[in-house]
Design a protein around this ligand. Structure first.
Ligand SMILES: N[C@@H](CCC(=O)N[C@@H](CS)C(=O)NCC(=O)O)C(=O)O
Length: 212
């Protein structure tokens, strides 16, 4: 049995999307995005108490992009592998995007009291996130997908954009905006979105830079 430990609107969504792309049978364990991730039972699956954790083939994969690589290689018939220099670079570039989203999520949502948030860090991280959009914009010139054909790299990058656009809009990056629009129409992407009654990490579509 494949079992995915998941929190809505987090990096575990990448793995959920990929599992749906592959049409596999699996269970989802939905966690709250809170201290329960540090419960000893969960720490036995993920050493830092984060999501995702994917129980599969008698082991656990606890890095989202490793999970995408593993799943794509496990199912070569789906043709989703992102391998070689280009494939690995663009698959893992998702994390270059997401590290800024994580910092911005902390600043705009997680840090309490709100007075402890930093407008300087918000502006810096948003500017650095914009630079990653620039890099992706250049990569997408003449390409519908990061590697030409749809692959695990697009699942990773599309999900990274899904989170990132809460802090830096895609409008100023026409190729990235069109790419995200195309990816977000995929059935597997839509199935990986939060359920109607699920607690969301992002309660706003967009978070303006804060002034403290
Ligand atoms: N590099 C890891 C990052 C995992 C990670 O930090 N996940 C976040 C959600 S996006 C998390 O679980 N945060 C909970 C916490 O920090 O307490 C991956 O890609 O799987």
């Amino acid at each position: 049995m494949i079992r995915l430990h998941h929190c809505a609107q987090t990096r575990s969504m990448r793995v959920l999307w990929m599992l749906y792309e592959l049409g596999l049978d699996f269970e989802i364990v939905r966690h709250g995005f809170d201290k329960t991730l540090r419960d000893p039972a969960y720490l036995a699956l993920h050493p830092a108490g984060r999501v995702p954790a994917l129980e599969i083939d008698g082991g656990v994969i606890f890095e989202s992009l490793a999970a995408l690589q593993y799943l794509a290689a496990r199912h070569p018939e789906a043709g989703l592998e992102a391998s070689g220099m280009d494939g690995l670079n663009w698959l893992h570039f998702a994390e270059t995007i997401s590290q800024h989203t994580a910092a911005l999520t902390q600043q705009h949502i997680a840090i309490y009291p709100p007075g402890a948030r930093s407008s300087l860090v918000c502006k810096l991280e948003a500017a650095r996130l914009g630079k990653t959009y620039n890099a992706l914009e250049a990569r997408l010139a003449g390409r519908a997908y990061a590697l030409g054909a749809f692959s695990a790299a697009d699942v990773a990058l599309g999900q990274a954009l899904y989170m990132a656009r809460h802090f830096v809009k895609l409008d100023a990056f026409p190729l990235v905006a069109a790419y995200y629009k195309c990816l977000s129409k995929r059935e597997a992407f839509k199935r990986a979105l939060p359920e109607a009654d699920e607690t969301r990490l992002y309660v706003q579509d967009y978070y303006e830079a804060i002034n403290v």
